[in-house]
Ligand binder design. Structure first.
Ligand code: ACO
Length: 331
């Protein structure tokens, strides 16, 4: 399932978009029984961005995609596929990728969604690799966006402090040099689905007044269970992906973990023995933005001029499903 390719795909453009509106921990103190101190110590989050009521997930993704195409020096007509990772689609159907296609004014190129919780962006990268190296697509726009605040229960202090809204994107195409995706590892365990899910809204519990009265439309999570599995599985994914690239943990120049909780990030970093300065985190500014976290981190590192040619980057995620994956990338 995992492989090490001589031919590789690489990131030729990246970008992100976050809404302007900021919700701080102090704002949350006025909504639920919590404190800035509790949230910072337990999660590392200081503030998160909130989309406006009229925004849908694709609105954020379209803006991130435009910025990404500009970064790549490309026009919409230059891409030949759109893959969108999200757990908070505009509509159950059509896919959010199709709404993005409409918004960008893209031609009749294939467009579809990937649903793998917070791991969705890495699942998208892995799919894009196969599609590009098999000749099915040449240049893929991969977007990842969530409007988690629209499925967050602001009466539940154990979840409402965690999430924010954001979008990130990348353009992926075949590499013409040594840089690119070296290996990957991906897994899922559906037995544990109910530890992190949105109970109502699909066919298991269709939308109804009764479901709304029980708050079943909101994200439900057993936080400490998610925590334990996340640390274990993200460690496994990074080590297996490194092994399949013929690399060791000492070779990591930058570790980009999914931004779920600073304690998960630190614990995974310690497991991999990656020095703190090599572990990237922006959770203090955005909170958990699910699929958008990894492309945002990568773009910030790039923008800050921190990435040097040849650097080994490990991107690592865990999310609803449960799903987990890692990608090893040479910059
Ligand atoms: N403010 C103050 N107290 C709180 C808050 C809050 N916001 N939330 C919970 N508490 C209380 C609890 O009620 C509990 O009190 P009690 O001991 O009196 O019962 C106490 O704090 C400890 O609660 P725990 O749930 O054990 O706290 P924990 O240290 O596990 O932290 C947290 C909770 C932050 C949710 C943590 O478990 C976590 O981050 N888990 C992982 C979450 C995650 O990564 N989710 C990914 C989802 S993303 C996706 O796929 C869409």
């Amino acid at each position: 399932m995992e492989k090490r390719n001589k031919r590789k795909i690489k990131i030729t453009g990246s970008g992100f978009y976050v809404p302007d509106k900021i919700l701080t921990n102090f704002d949350l103190e006025k909504i639920v029984n919590t404190s800035d101190e509790w949230i910072i110590t337990r999660t590392g989050i200081r503030e998160r961005r909130i989309a406006s009521d009229k925004d849908a997930t694709s609105d954020l993704a379209i803006e991130a995609s435009r910025r990404t195409l500009e970064d790549a020096g490309l026009k919409v007509k230059d891409i030949d596929m759109i893959i969108m990772a999200t757990s908070t689609p505009d509509t159950l159907f059509p896919s959010t990728a199709c709404w993005i296609q409409k918004g960008l004014g893209a031609d009749h190129i294939p467009a579809f969604d990937v649903s793998a919780g917070c791991t969705g962006f890495l699942y998208g990268m892995i799919l894009a690799e196969s599609l590009i190296l098999s000749g099915t697509a040449k240049r893929i726009l991969l977007a990842g966006a969530e409007l988690l605040t629209k499925i967050t229960n602001y009466k539940d202090r154990s979840t409402c402090v965690l999430f924010g809204d954001a979008a990130g994107a990348m353009v992926l195409e075949e590499s013409d040099d040594e840089s690119g995706m070296l290996s990957f590892y991906w897994r899922a365990d559906g037995q544990l689905g109910e530890l992190l899910y949105q109970p109502a809204g699909g066919t298991r519990i269709p939308p109804s007044i009764e479901a709304l009265e029980k708050d079943l439309q909101y994200l439900a999570m057993k936080g400490n269970e998610v925590f334990k599995h996340a640390v274990k599985r993200m460690g496994e994914a990074a080590l297996e992906a490194l092994k399949s690239a013929g690399l060791k943990k000492e070779d990591i120049d930058y570790f980009i973990p999914h931004q779920a909780n600073i304690r998960i990030i630190d614990a995974t970093g310690r497991r991999l023995k990656v020095p703190k300065e090599k572990v990237y985190s922006n959770i203090d500014r955005y909170g958990n933005v699910s699929v958008a976290s990894i492309p945002i981190c990568l773009h910030e590192l790039k923008q800050d001029g921190k990435l040097k040619k040849g650097d080994i980057i490990v991107m690592d995620a865990f999310g609803a499903g449960f799903t987990w994956a890692a990608v090893v990338y040479r910059w």
